[in-house]
Design a protein around this ligand. Structure first.
Ligand code: PHE
Length: 378
């Protein structure tokens, strides 16, 4: 029979003469009973706090039991001690929680009868719940559409080297298309290994992805891009793009058109018409601009009131984004064999897509963070 006195938890099980499961359970049972008696007479918050400190505080009975009973226990009985300790702990915590709730309920009941002088009917502090920015929501819509047809999402650095932003995309140093992208270079200390710039498009991730992965590759790249554009209703020095790239052994122009038409119909609705116009990018060949029929006038060029549609300026079409079949020269930079692979790429301006879909006429609202605007897109 184990001998039990007040300082039981300060002794080891061996000292207490408890070596078998029955004796151990008995010891735990006594502790539990002690706790039950003490907690039953606990009638205010400070008594409850003392009880908590005594049983589960830093130098409490339960820490003693852990240190003196559990830790030195022999291997065969350790699991039994551990289990009994967990049960005791759960019991103590549950009872302390119940006592606290009961005391609180009692306190509130008395307060609402005016005895405590606390006015619980005063409204509390409400914290406004935020929501995703519209651009983030549109990224999500686009990602969902492409992920559902087998693309994966990758992201890349906003600070790039000229190699990734230009050269590896078949844009050599003095190529005139760089003028369009007249851009932000970082001031670097003398002797820096390479100049760095804020990327002007998400296309560098085409290169970074192909360097890392072997075909088949199917990725989209959401992200921010930077150009030295003067701010106005349709220009900003920072904006957002989603790049797309698919490369495999047998990708044709049909796969390309099918994929982006599918995307556009999912995004704007099945009613829109699409068309390609020839264009030029050094990293695609052939290159196209992709247009949709104007969603404001239904492609008629005439507004509801009868005048010329102000959004498409009467053309019935709106330019959406640039795209094309990956130029074979690009494969040379990533060690793909241009005779064996083919693919397509596209780069869409997200701010523009969002403005069209949600009928927003000034790109600046995306960056001003006026809550009256943001709240319209919860
Ligand atoms: N990177 C181009 C731009 O920003 C868009 C583009 C991407 C065109 C991919 C073709 C292929 O204007």
């Amino acid at each position: 029979m184990p001998n039990i006195d007040n300082s039981t938890s300060a002794k080891t099980l061996a000292d207490l003469g408890a070596g078998n499961p029955t004796e151990i359970r008995l010891l735990f049972g006594v502790q539990r009973k002690d706790f039950d008696i003490e907690s039953a007479s606990c009638s205010d918050f400070s008594a409850l706090e003392s009880l908590r400190v005594k049983w589960i505080g830093r130098k409490s009975i339960l820490t003693n039991i852990t240190d003196n009973w559990l830790k030195p226990a022999a291997k065969e009985i350790k699991p039994i001690v551990g289990q009994a300790l967990n049960e005791l702990k759960a019991h103590v915590e549950a009872v302390l929680g119940e006592r606290r709730q009961a005391l609180e309920a009692d306190f509130n009941a008395r307060a609402s009868h005016g005895k405590e002088g606390v006015d619980l009917s005063l409204p509390g502090v409400t914290r406004p719940i935020g929501s995703h920015h519209l651009i983030r929501q549109v990224f999500q819509e686009i990602e969902d559409i492409f992920v559902s047809i087998g693309f994966s999402v990758v992201e890349g650095p906003e600070i790039e080297t000229p190699y990734y932003n230009f050269e590896a995309l078949n844009i050599p140093e003095f190529h005139p298309v760089r003028d369009d992208m007249d851009t932000f270079y970082l001031d670097l200390p003398k002797g820096a290994p390479s100049p760095l710039l804020l990327r002007t498009h998400t296309s560098p991730m085409q290169i970074r992805t192909m360097e890392k992965r072997k075909p088949p590759v199917r990725v989209i790249v959401p992200g921010k891009v930077y150009r030295r554009d003067n701010p106005d209703a349709t220009h900003s020095f920072i904006f957002h793009q989603v790049e797309g790239l698919a490369v495999d052994s047998d990708i044709t122009f049909c796969d390309f058109t099918g994929t982006i038409e599918y995307f556009v119909k999912q995004f704007f609705g099945p009613g829109v018409k699409t068309r390609f116009r020839p264009s030029y990018f050094p990293f695609t060949e052939p290159s196209v601009e992709f247009d949709v029929s104007c969603i404001f006038c239904g492609g008629t060029g005439t507004s509801a009131g009868g005048g010329t549609c102000s959004k498409c300026k009467g053309a019935g079409w709106i330019e959406l984004f640039g795209a094309g079949m990956v130029d074979p020269a690009v494969y040379g930079f990533v060690n793909y064999d241009p005779k064996k692979v083919s693919g397509f790429a596209f780069g869409m301006g997200i701010d523009r897509l969002a403005m069209l879909k949600y009928q927003i006429d000034d790109i600046q609202v995306f960056f001003q963070n006026d809550v009256r605007f943001l709240r319209q897109f919860p």
